[in-house]
Design a protein around this ligand. Structure first.
Ligand code: FE2
Length: 365
């Protein structure tokens, strides 16, 4: 595959009588080469699910929002280069016909741009199956349909964590349904993914995971007296800080929320729609309002919670070049931008030392 080349293709079925039945002709553009300086636009959301316009054929009818999200993405497809669906893909819970409905719904997108996925609780979790959580959420799928329905460049697709490069972006995709804590294989992968990128060529370093390993105001975390998946940021914040992760994004909580640049619960910089200069701390974005019924937020607002929108929506990252990145959050009902920020940072700014991201120096010898 050569970078940026537009390929056209058709999928056919070879019948027993030797005849081939062909589908529609589609086309896609091969990705830019790692580090390429060109306009690159990546849409990110979690928890989409599927639904029928007429409400028919519903197994678990709580993903009506997915229709609007799918519609907005299809409508704007010529301005989208890649889609990342970060877990809770179709909520099939073991009913494979639901996967067929889901792939039919996203087919206009997935046939044209890379449709990348991450593992969520509704893909993987089942008691005694090796998942980090022993809930019934996958309905016994244990990740098998998700791993086979979609390609991910994972070394081990059962583990489902991987890194992927798209032009000036490096994405490190974790799997929150397997253990991520220090000492685990996944922790080593995360550190390797974050540390091995050449930021001069690929300045935009994005961490993705399904459950909120960073910060969330969801009431279901609040009820447990927490604002994250327990052992999430405690385990990983040193890595995000050390390797200067620009943005960490999650699903699982059905709605939108954005933090200030935050480290150890403290805003290292004021929440803003414009950041420039040296890295201060990672901005955490929850974008789990793809389509499944909305969550609720605690009445009390944490200091790190800079923006919230309890509606269906998705995020779009636009890398204009090596020094300017735009994050937009759009509502699915009308495509309107409800929150956004830009990051202007050149390579010297990435190298600059801030809180806990350079080796400490001492005069002692
Ligand atoms: Fe989830």
């Amino acid at each position: 595959m050569s970078a940026n080349f537009r390929y056209t293709y058709r999928i056919g079925h070879w019948l027993f009588n030797g005849q081939i039945v062909w589908g529609h002709q589609n086309s896609f553009k091969a990705p830019p080469y790692p580090g390429e300086d060109s306009l690159q636009r990546v849409v990110i959301f979690g928890d989409l699910g599927k639904a029928e316009i007429d409400g028919s054929n519903e197994y678990n009818d709580f993903e009506r929002g997915s229709i609007n999200t799918t519609y907005q993405l299809v409508k704007d497809l010529k301005n989208i280069d890649m889609v990342m669906h970060i877990g809770d893909i179709c909520y099939a819970s073991g009913y494979l016909s639901q996967w067929d409905q889901f792939t039919a719904q996203v087919e206009p997108i997935a046939s044209t741009v890379p449709y990348m996925v991450a593992s969520g609780n509704h893909e993987r979790d089942w008691p005694g199956s090796g998942s980090f959580y022993g809930t019934l959420d996958s309905g016994g799928e244990c990740g098998v349909p998700a791993q086979n329905m979609f390609y991910v460049p994972a070394e081990n697709r059962e583990q489902f964590w991987y890194s992927t490069d798209y032009g000036m972006f490096r994405f490190c995709i974790a799997n929150t349904e397997l253990d991520w804590r220090p000492g685990t294989e996944q922790y080593k992968f995360i550190e390797h993914c974050l540390s091995s990128v050449d930021r001069q060529k690929q300045p935009w370093l994005i961490f993705l995971a399904h459950r909120v390993l960073g910060y969330s105001s969801a009431t279901f975390y609040g009820a447990e007296g927490t604002t994250e998946e327990p052992m999430g940021r405690e385990s990983l914040q040193l890595l995000w800080q050390k390797y200067r992760v620009d943005i960490a994004m999650y699903g699982h909580v059905h709605g939108y929320e954005r933090t200030c640049p935050v480290y150890e619960n403290v805003c290292v910089a004021k929440g803003s729609d414009r950041y420039s200069g040296a890295f201060t701390a990672t901005t955490h974005v929850v974008v789990g309002g793809g389509g499944a019924s909305l969550a609720e937020y605690t009445a009390e607002r944490a200091r790190w919670s800079h923006a919230q929108d309890l509606d269906y929506g998705f995020a779009k990252l636009t890398a204009f070049n090596h020094t300017t990145l735009l994050m937009e959050y759009k509502r699915s009902r009308d495509g309107s931008v409800r929150d956004s920020f830009t990051v202007s940072r050149d390579y010297r700014d990435v190298l600059a030392c801030g809180v806990d991201n350079c080796a400490s120096t001492t005069m002692a010898s």
